[in-house]
Design a protein around this ligand. Structure first.
Ligand SMILES: [Zn+2]
Length: 239
C-alpha cells in the first residue's frame, strides 16, 4: 500500500509517529512518513527511526514511483524491528531546512531565467550545501546569471508567503494559470499539488518548500559550467 506522505501537507513536520508495514534487511516501510525521498531533483532526508530507547540512523530514503511506497534504509544491518511495531520518525531538520531553502530559491531562479532570458530548465539537483540547475541558453555570459540572481534576491526580500494546495484534475482545468499544469499531468494522477509563489511562480510540485521567501536568505552564485551546445549549468547556494 502507498505510504502516506506527510511532508506533502506540512514541510515543517520534524517528528511523526508511524507503524512499521514491512522490514526487509535494513530497509523499513512505514504506513506514513515525513521523510522526503530522493525525488523531483531534491536530495532525500536523513534522520532517525526511534523505538523505545533505541535510535536507528536513516541513511537513505527512496520512493517507488509506481507504488508510491517509501523505503527507509537504516545504517544498522540488523535492527530487531518488526512489522506492526510503533516507531517515531525524526527528521534531520538542519539538513531538511537547507534543502527547503535551496529548492524554493530554485523556483525564483527558474522564473527569472525564463521570463528575462527565455531559458528553460532541462535538469537540476538540490543537495544540502549547493544546488545546480541546467538551462537551455545559447549565451554563456556570467552577467546573465549574475543579473538573474540579483533579481531573485530582490524577489526573496519581498517576503512572499507561499501557497500550497491540492486540486483535482477537474478543478485544476477551471483555474486560469493552472490549466497548463493540469493538461501536462499524467492521466493516472487524480490530484495536483500546487505550489504558488504569488506574483512570481506557479508549479505542480511534490517537494518541500519554505513558507515565506524571506526564509531563503541570500542566494549566492557559485559557478557556471558550459555543458555543451546551449546547455549551461548554474551552481548556487544560500547563506
Ligand atoms: Zn518546488
Amino acid at each position: 500500500m502507498a505510504t502516506k506522505l506527510l511532508y506533502l501537507h506540512d514541510s515543517y513536520l520534524k517528528e511523526f509517529e508511524a507503524k512499521i508495514e514491512n522490514v526487509s534487511g535494513n530497509t523499513v516501510i512505514l504506513d506514513q512518513s515525513a521523510f522526503h525521498p530522493l525525488t523531483g531533483g531534491v536530495g532525500c532526508d536523513l534522520g532517525w527511526l526511534v523505538k523505545g530507547d533505541i535510535r536507528f540512523r536513516v541513511v537513505r530514503v527512496e520512493i517507488d514511483r509506481a507504488t508510491k511506497v517509501v523505503s527507509h534504509v537504516l545504517e544498522a544491518e540488523s535492527t530487531g524491528l518488526n512489522q506492526g511495531d510503533a516507531v517515531k520518525g525524526v527528521i534531520d531538520w538542519d539538513r531538511r531546512y537547507c534543502l527547503m531553502r535551496l529548492h524554493t530559491a530554485a523556483h525564483l531562479i527558474a522564473t527569472v531565467m525564463y521570463r528575462d532570458y527565455s531559458a528553460l530548465i532541462t535538469g537540476g539537483q538540490v543537495d544540502v550545501d549547493q544546488a545546480k540547475l541546467d538551462f537551455n541558453l545559447p549565451r554563456t555570459d556570467r552577467e546573465v546569471f549574475e543579473d538573474a540572481v540579483r533579481k531573485d534576491n530582490e524577489d526573496a526580500a519581498k517576503r512572499v508567503e507561499l501557497k500550497i494546495y491540492f486540486l483535482s484534475r477537474e478543478e485544476a482545468l477551471k483555474v486560469p494559470g493552472v490549466v497548463k499544469l493540469a493538461e501536462r499531468m499524467p492521466p493516472e494522477e487524480r490530484e495536483l499539488r500546487i505550489v504558488e509563489i504569488p506574483g512570481i511562480d506557479l508549479q505542480a510540485d511534490g517537494g518541500p518548500h519554505v513558507r515565506n521567501t524571506g526564509e531563503i536568505g541570500e542566494i549566492q552564485l557559485l559557478r557556471i559550467e558550459n555543458k555543451g551546445k546551449n546547455q549551461r549549468r548554474l551552481y548556487f547556494r544560500t547563506a
